[in-house]
Design a protein. Structure first.
Length: 435
């Protein structure tokens, strides 16, 4: 839903993380090819030697609706991120252990809400994934430790569910929130419960690789009330800035995934990752089949993901073509506005001659609204929502000095799903700077 596109790192693609978690950088790894100001006159390397990796990044996604939708026009929005990663092995002798703190400041307005479909509060697949949580916010405050020869990773604290579940390293090649950071249907419950950047929630997550690293099992338990609404869909968000350390009062979220890795870390064979997973919640949520704010207990969704590199330009290189496929299915239509979703995409690294770090993307997604939502809208005399789809095409130019510019085209089919709003054609860009 609200996604951290600021994580995009210029050195990776093709089944390597585009939206990866912050990792400790070795001394000397602050080159000006990847950072605007390099090592900040040596200050960064001095901090690293003392156990602190510091990241400052800026991302903006200006976008305009050129035709269709309800109104022509555009908006400018941005995210400023400041991340602190403390290496507790260097600081306190705790091997394989880190402490992460992330801060976010977002500003700007949504093209989807203001121009594409304002009569419906915006189309569902919002065209700028940076929109959401337009305030100063404390995101991650988490402890990570690795055990069993680094095969077991445990995270504890104020963590983000979408950092670990329903993710692909290819999704954030795209700007539409249908792809980046994860397929949006999993975030449409009210109260909002399955967290995405910059919203975090109390949680404990474990991830275990098999000894041959072909399989990964991960599971987590999260506080089910990150906005401290107490299960009341009509309540206001009592944790707007993420600075409340209170536990909520709306049950828990249990999430799990199983991953199969094909040709993991191979230099010549084509790698792939295949995942199945889901979540279950036991809190109270708005019953969308009703015309009031009545609630129903419990929610669940399941999903299947596939990432596969299809073509590698040369052995040992990450240049080439990768594909992803995603399917999400609702097990509780009275809570989830979309009961079926699929997404497909292609990402090519190094498509243009002489530009080996650039990436190009083409993707399609479609979601179908649930019968429960249709029932309540009929009762309210509103247009029934059927389905919404989006096609996106872009190319990211890596310019060096930590700067990337990504022109982006989107075509939203049946905005808001009512069949009463004309298909929308949008043009925009994502610009990222790693300082």
């Amino acid at each position: 839903m609200h996604r951290n596109a600021h994580r995009d790192h210029p050195r990776v693609l093709g089944l390597l993380p585009l939206c990866c978690c912050l990792s400790a950088a070795a001394a000397g790894e602050y080159p000006t090819s990847d950072y605007l100001f390099g090592s900040w006159g040596g200050a960064r390397e001095a901090l690293h030697d003392r156990g602190l990796d510091l990241q400052l990044h800026y991302t903006t996604e200006p976008m305009a609706n050129l035709s269709g939708g309800e109104i022509e026009g555009g908006t400018y929005l941005h995210n400023i991120g400041l991340d602190f990663l403390f290496d507790l092995e260097r600081i306190a002798g705790l091997g394989g252990t880190t402490f992460l703190v992330k801060l976010s400041k977002r500003d700007g307005d949504s093209v989807s809400a203001d121009f594409v479909a304002p009569s419906e509060g915006g189309n569902t697949f919002t065209v700028q994934e940076l929109y959401g949580g337009q305030v100063f916010k404390l995101a991650n405050v988490q402890l990570n430790t690795r055990l069993l020869e680094d095969r077991l990773d445990i995270a504890l604290g104020r963590i983000i569910a979408n950092d670990d579940f329903l993710r692909s390293p290819l999704y954030c090649q795209f700007v539409n929130n249908s792809f980046c950071g994860s397929p949006k249907p999993v975030f449409l419950q009210n109260p909002f419960t399955f967290s995405a950047y910059p919203t975090a929630q109390w949680g404990l997550r474990g991830r275990l690789d098999s000894s041959d690293r072909r399989w990964t099992l991960q599971a987590a338990v999260y506080d089910g009330d990150p906005e401290l609404k107490g299960g009341d869909p009509a309540a206001k968000n009592h944790n707007v800035h993420g600075d409340s350390w209170a536990f909520g009062d709306n049950g828990v979220v249990l999430a799990g995934e199983v991953h199969y890795h094909l040709n993991r870390d191979a230099d010549s064979a084509l790698p792939g990752t295949y995942k199945v997973g889901g979540y279950w919640m036991n809190g109270d949520f708005q019953d969308i089949s009703l015309t009031d704010s009545g609630t129903v207990e419990g929610n669940a969704m399941i999903w299947a993901l596939a990432d596969q590199m299809l073509y590698r330009e040369r052995q040992g290189d990450d240049q080439g073509l990768s594909a992803f496929g995603t399917y999400v299915y609702s097990l509780e239509d009275k809570v989830n506005q979309m009961d079926n979703y699929f997404g497909l995409g292609l990402v090519y690294k190094g498509l243009l001659p002489g530009r080996p770090r650039d990436t190009s993307g083409l993707a399609l997604s479609k979601g179908w609204f649930s019968e429960a939502l249709k029932q309540s809208r009929r009762a309210d005399g509103l247009a029934v929502k059927h389905d919404e789809a989006v096609v996106e095409l872009n190319h990211r130019f890596e310019l060096g000095r930590g700067i990337s510019i990504q022109p982006d085209l989107q075509y939203v089919i049946n905005p808001a799903g009512t069949k009463q709003i004309e298909d929308a054609f949008l043009i925009g860009a994502k610009v990222s700077i790693q300082f």
